[in-house]
Design a protein around this ligand. Structure first.
Ligand code: LLP
Length: 425
């Protein structure tokens, strides 16, 4: 299933749930997710990868909500984690430790310890310093850690600069030359079993060309390593598969993505991992918000919502486009279209969801849905402007379940204290 935005505009219903009634009970801003859509995406990807010895490690950062992780765990998904916090989320949701890969350019010793203690499947290593840390922690714990070298293939992912990760000037991964020297002297790290390659060139890839290029480089390198007698059990191609945020955009299908992997790595006899985040959850979610007021400025017309950049940061941070759908209001007919700057109440000009967006005329109190907000929405939310974190719900077949209740003011303020006790460190 796919969210039908015309139907949403006409009926205000998502997965059989009337969003006006939902907002009346649960309040706004509210993240609303369809578990059926997430499940369908997961199964479609599984299906596309059939025939390959491939595993899906969901990138928890896209949406780490417990119910989302539990749903994916039940489907058999693994996880790609980047912190001790994500490790805890994944384990508590029931994702098997051996299906967890630990990525990230700066893992702390404590995080490496926790991951080894939990028995995570694999570390994706991004520097020599990290390889050495892993060696010493594994030695101390009397265990052998499995690891992949994250290659920086130096390709331009053709996506937003802030989410491109595969250029030589980016902080991520190591050059193929450096990785080659790691494998050549692997005996220097006897408690690390370096038997994998990893890459992740960027996020929201709408063209598979950079993926083809990077996969080809990775495949060449893998062949060289095997020819040199290195052990190679796993190749992890990262995440990045883009989604359609905007009419006219065309995202690659799961089949096209899988075909690119098959084309480059079909010969490889080990395990292949993919780390999708956005593709699995983005389009399954929307952010429901209420119009606080309409404001006519000297030169622009503003629509002020009760959601803000602290709830959904993507438009502010990446100038990202999200479709905005005003929901129907009882008793009001079709409205003329007007150009709105859709903004939140936060005290920054960057708190803007859309500029000069053509929308049907809206009124105070009306609900709007900000679409494709299931990925990097709630997971990037903050308390900026002392705004409590929004609630999150699942909707399915006319019913809903709260999967994260709205943060209370007390919860937001917990942990702060006055300077009653001064001590020396
Ligand atoms: N694997 C690694 C090592 C990653 O760094 C990422 C994302 C993924 C997998 C998942 O990528 P995906 O399939 O979701 O594209 N906040 C940004 C996106 C940042 C992505 C960071 N890394 C946004 O809202 O567009």
């Amino acid at each position: 299933p796919m969210l039908d935005s015309e139907m949403l505009a006409r009926d205000g219903v998502f997965e059989g749930v009337d969003l006006t009634a939902l907002a009346a009970v649960e309040g706004t801003p509210l993240y609303v997710y369809s578990p059926a859509m997430i499940r369908t995406r997961y199964r479609a990807l599984r299906h596309a990868l059939a025939g390959l010895d491939a595993g899906i490690c969901y990138a928890v950062k896209a949406n780490g909500n417990r119910a989302v992780l539990e749903l994916l765990a039940a489907e058999g998904s693994g996880a790609d984690i980047v912190s001790g916090g994500e490790l805890q989320r994944a384990l508590r949701a029931g994702i098997a430790a051996e299906r967890i890969v630990f990525s990230g350019v700066g893992k702390s010793v404590a995080e490496v310890e926790a991951a080894l203690a939990a028995g995570v499947g694999r570390f994706n290593l991004e520097s020599l310093a990290e390889l050495e840390t892993l060696q010493s922690v594994a030695r101390r714990r009397g265990t052998v850690a499995r690891a992949s070298a994250r290659i920086n293939p130096d390709v331009d992912a053709l996506t937003h600069a802030k989410i491109s990760t595969g250029r030589a000037e980016n902080k991520f991964g190591v050059s193929i030359g450096e990785a080659r020297s790691w494998f050549a002297s692997a005996q220097r790290w006897p408690d690390v079993r370096l038997d994998g390659l990893h890459m992740h060139i960027g996020s929201q890839l709408l063209s598979l060309e950079p993926m083809h290029e990077a996969l080809a480089r990775m495949a060449d390198f893998a062949r060289t390593l095997l020819a040199a007698g290195s052990e190679l059990a796993c190749i992890d191609v990262g995440g990045g598969l883009g989604v359609r945020y905007r009419e006219g955009e065309k995202a690659p299908s799961a089949e096209e993505y899988a075909a690119a992997i098959r084309h480059a790595l079909g010969w490889f006899e080990g395990r292949i991992l993919v780390e999708p985040g956005r593709w699995l959850v983005a389009e399954a979610g929307l952010l429901l918000s209420r119009v606080l007021l309409e404001k006519q400025g000297d030169t622009r017309r503003f629509l002020v919502l009760d959601a803000a950049m602290n709830d959904l940061l993507r438009p502010s941070l990446y100038d990202a486009w999200h479709d905005i759908v005003p929901l129907p209001v009882d008793g009001s007919g079709p409205q003329e279209r007007v150009a709105y700057d859709v903004v939140g109440p936060v005290c920054e000009t960057g708190d803007t969801f859309a500029t000069a967006r053509q929308l049907p005329r809206c009124q105070a109190g009306q609900l709007v849905a900000i679409l494709a907000s299931g990925a990097y929405g709630a997971s990037m939310a903050s308390n900026y402007n002392s705004r409590p974190l929004p609630a999150e719900v699942f909707v399915d077949a006319g019913r809903y379940a709260v999967v994260r209740r709205r943060q209370t003011l007390d919860e937001m303020l917990a942990g702060e204290q006055s300077t009653a006790d001064w001590t020396s460190p």
